[in-house]
Design a protein around this ligand. Structure first.
Ligand SMILES: Nc1ncnc2c1ncn2[C@@H]1O[C@H](COP(=O)(O)OP(=O)(O)OP(=O)(O)O)[C@@H](O)[C@H]1O
Length: 250
C-alpha cells in the first residue's frame, strides 16, 4: 500500500477550551478530500497544524511519511497552504510575485518564469499580469495567492475555503486547476461550506464537529450511514446533529 498523503493520529489542541481532541485522519495519496463542519468546528485549526503554522499540544502528523512535527522544513517543501485570507505583496505584479516566491524555493529562473506564466494562464490572471497586486479585488488576490502556493509544485495542497468571494468564472478556474492537479497525482484537502462543491469534487468527505471526525466516506457511504437517499446538505445536518448530541452526552 502506498504511503498516505496525510496521516494524523491523537492530535489535540486547546485554546481556552479543547478545540481539536484526539483526532485521527488519513488522506490517501492522489485523493481529493473535503473537510466539512459547522463554524468553529476546528477545521482551520487542524489544517494550520498540518501546514506547520500552529503547534499541536499532542499528536502525530505525517505527510507522505515525513514526521511534520520533527522535520517541518521537509514537510513544508511538499505542502502548499492556501488560507482564506490571501496575503501577497502589494507592490509586485502577479508575475513578479510568482517569480519572487519561486526564488524563495530556489527554483531556477527559466523554470520559475515558465511555471509563473502557466499559473497566470490557468487562473485567468493574464489581463492583470502587469498590474500591481495592491489594486486587486479579493477574488483576484485569492487566485494570485493560490498561484503562489503552487509554484513549487507541492504534492499536497491544503486550502481553507478557497472559493469564498470568487465569482462564478473565477471559481470555475480555481476548481479546474485543482481537478487538473488531482489528475496529475497531487493530493488536495479543502475545507468548504459550499456543500455542492464537496459533493461534486471530492472523492471522500470528512465531517468535523467539535474538533472530532464524526463521519467520513464517499457521499454514497455517508448516505448509507444515515440510512436515507438524500442531499449532502441533509446528510451533513443529520451527522452534525448526531455528533453534537453524542458530544453532549459524553
Ligand atoms: N488563535 C486562537 N486563539 C483562541 N481561540 C482560537 C484561535 N484560533 C481558533 N480559535 C477558536 O477555535 C475554534 C475553532 O476555530 P476554527 O477556525 O478552527 O474553526 P473552523 O471549523 O475553521 O470554523 P469556520 O468554519 O467558521 O471557519 C473556534 O471557537 C475559534 O474561536
Amino acid at each position: 500500500m502506498s504511503v498516505p498523503a496525510l496521516a494524523i493520529s491523537s492530535l489535540s489542541k486547546r485554546f481556552d477550551r479543547p478545540v481539536v481532541t484526539d483526532l485521527a485522519l488519513n488522506v490517501r495519496a492522489g485523493e481529493f478530500y473535503a473537510l466539512l463542519g459547522p463554524n468553529g468546528a476546528g477545521k482551520t485549526t487542524i489544517l494550520r497544524m498540518v501546514a506547520g503554522l500552529l503547534q499541536p499540544d499532542e499528536g502525530q502528523i505525517s505527510i507522505f511519511g515525513i514526521d511534520a512535527r520533527r522535520d517541518p522544513i521537509a514537510a513544508k517543501r511538499i505542502v502548499a497552504w492556501v488560507s482564506d485570507e490571501p496575503m501577497v505583496y502589494d507592490r509586485l505584479t502577479p508575475l513578479e510575485y510568482l517569480e519572487f516566491v519561486a526564488g524563495l524555493w530556489q527554483i531556477d529562473a527559466t523554470t520559475a518564469r515558465q511555471r509563473a506564466l502557466d499559473l497566470i494562464d490557468w487562473l485567468g490572471l493574464g489581463p492583470h499580469a502587469d498590474e500591481l497586486c495592491g489594486g486587486f479585488s479579493k477574488g483576484t488576490l485569492q487566485k494570485v495567492a493560490l498561484a503562489g502556493a503552487l509554484v513549487h509544485e507541492p504534492k499536497l495542497i491544503i486550502l481553507d475555503e478557497p472559493l469564498t468571494g470568487l465569482d462564478a468564472g473565477s471559481a470555475r478556474q480555481v476548481k479546474d486547476v485543482l481537478l487538473g492537479k488531482v489528475r496529475d497525482g497531487v493530493t488536495v484537502i479543502m475545507t468548504t461550506h459550499i456543500l455542492e462543491v464537496a459533493e461534486r469534487m471530492a472523492e471522500r468527505i470528512g465531517v468535523i464537529a467539535q474538533g472530532k471526525l464524526i463521519a467520513e466516506g464517499t457521499l454514497a457511504e455517508l448516505r448509507t450511514r444515515i440510512g436515507r437517499e438524500t442531499s449532502l446538505e441533509e446528510i451533513f445536518l443529520d451527522l452534525v446533529a448526531q455528533g453534537e448530541a453524542a458530544a453532549a452526552a459524553a
